[in-house]
Design a protein around this ligand. Structure first.
Ligand code: AMP
Length: 470
């Protein structure tokens, strides 16, 4: 029940002359890879805030009727990513809250480390909770904060929030984008004919005909209303942009911190080929997450690239399956190897990461049964030894295979002929960003802020949810 660990997709649009609900619907499609558990859109028309959420993919959560009922000139949208369990409709976002200054809707990407503490404090002040998410804690904290304007309240709340958060917030007449001071999760600002947009990733802007203006900066609040765009800054002492956005999470056609993900991943593959060369007949990437890196490996090594592993794109990511047994079946449901292409061949198999070590042995097994003679595994990241507390679900420390086994033990466990993990230096070079603005804690254990390593992930789940709102 890791319900409060989320890395989600968020979007917002302020465009009085557009069908903002439909634009948000299409933007959420572009951000679908960031979350498949539930989807939701909230709209405002200057007087009222409306919200519609549903379980599953964007296409399952919305139909014409639902979109038609939303209307308005401002919208925010959210795709929720959940890991194991807690697929509760209650936890779908945006969340809508009615407080003293009026209603707000909020969508959150990230994870608040001190949420349990803040929730306790808010409960003592009389705030009730309907969900087990830290996002509701953020919304209540904003409502309870002193200040004349929403921006004042948000800035006050930001000083108390610890961890990772990018937010889209909508009041009845304004759209507000917020990026936590560490800047762990991405958020960008774009322009549309007669309007403005905010999105987790720039690929969402491309699809709806908006153009990228800039990243929302760590510690920045962007207020968008009839007066245009206004920016406010909270101090940011340390930046910690999540490296996993580059390795796995974001789409290759997105640009984060000036770096096109496609180029970063291609460079990771190239660096892997330099660090771990091997005699082989073909390079195969595990689709889709390692496709680009496999291109980089093939180009650098001069070994042919082959699509010998086909992916059924309509089966969701293995991680969203609720238990280990279904997850294991999931790999087979997802991938189909090509025996005619693989027979007797020595493969370099490229993947983005090994987390629990569930997927890799199964993929290698499929390839061997289809006739592969050798499988040389190459991973675009160093061994993941430490859990993430900032929004990427990576299991607890004891579930992380690299925290339990050495590289040679992992090689034997996954059934590979050889195993090479990209070095930390190789990875940092590939993303072309200074090391000190990145969060590399999953590899190094050096967290950007102190975290309680054995933090109880069920803390919010086990607190009673009350039914009355504050
Ligand atoms: P595992 O089976 O636990 O080793 O998972 C590794 C696979 O899951 C990799 O091939 C990734 O493509 C994918 N993956 C890595 N991190 C995540 C994540 N946080 N959420 C969902 N999938 C992930």
């Amino acid at each position: 029940m890791h319900s409060w660990r989320e890395s989600c997709g968020i979007f917002g649009v302020y465009a009085p002359d557009e069908d903002v609900a439909r634009l948000t619907f299409f933007a959420l499609f572009a951000l679908q890879h960031r979350g498949q558990e539930s989807a939701g859109i909230a709209t405002a028309d200057g007087k009222r805030v409306r919200v519609h959420t549903g379980m599953g993919l964007v296409s399952q959560a919305f139909d014409e009727d639902a979109l038609g009922r939303l209307g308005g000139s401002i919208a925010i949208g959210h795709n929720r990513y959940s890991t194991t369990g807690s697929s509760s409709p209650n936890n779908a976002q945006p969340i809508l809250l009615n407080g003293h200054p009026g209603a707000i809707a909020l969508g959150h990407n990230g994870n608040i480390v001190n949420a349990a503490y803040l929730r306790q404090e808010l409960a003592e002040l009389g705030y009730g909770f309907h969900t087990s998410t830290d996002s509701e804690v953020i919304a209540d904290l904003i409502l309870s904060s002193p200040g004349q304007t929403w921006v004042d309240k948000i800035r006050y709340a930001m000083r108390r929030l610890q961890g990772a958060y990018s937010l889209v917030i909508m009041t009845k007449d304004a759209l507000i984008g917020v990026r936590g001071s560490l800047g762990v999760r991405p958020l960008c600002l774009g322009a549309l004919d007669g309007g403005w947009v905010l999105a987790s990733e720039s690929c969402a802007l491309d699809h709806i005909g908006a153009h990228f203006l800039r990243e929302v900066e760590p510690g920045e609040v962007v207020l968008i209303d009839a007066g245009g765009v206004e920016s406010f800054k909270e101090p940011s002492s340390r930046q910690a942009l999540c490296i996993f956005e580059y390795i796995y999470f974001a789409r290759p056609d997105s640009v984060i911190n000036g770096r096109l993900l496609y180029q970063a991943r291609e460079a990771m593959g190239g660096a892997l080929a330099r660090e771990y060369p091997v005699e082989a007949d073909m390079v195969v990437g595990v689709p889709d997450s390692a496709t680009v890196a496999s291109i980089g490996y093939a180009r650098q090594s001069g070994i042919d690239l082959s699509e010998a592993l086909l992916k059924n794109r309509y089966v969701g990511r293995t991680f969203i399956e609720p238990d280990q047994r279904i997850r294991e079946l999931g790999v087979k449901l997802k991938f189909n190897p090509l025996p005619g292409v693989l027979e007797g061949k020595r493969l370099v198999l490229v993947d983005d990461s090994i987390v629990r070590g569930t997927t890799t042995p199964r993929v290698i097994g499929l390839l061997r049964r289809a006739g592969a003679a050798e499988v040389h595994m190459r991973i675009c990241a160093p061994p993941i030894r430490y859990p993430c507390f900032f929004g990427v679900d990576m299991a607890t420390r004891w579930e992380l295979i690299a925290s339990q086994k050495s590289v040679s033990e992992i090689r034997d466990f996954i059934g590979a002929d050889s195993l090479g993990y990209l070095s930390l230096e190789g990875l940092i070079e590939a993303v072309t960003l200074p090391r000190d603005i990145l969060c590399l804690a999953c590899f190094t254990g050096d967290y950007p802020i102190p975290v309680q390593l054995e933090m109880d992930k069920l803390a919010l789940e086990t607190m009673p949810a009350t039914q009355e709102s504050a």
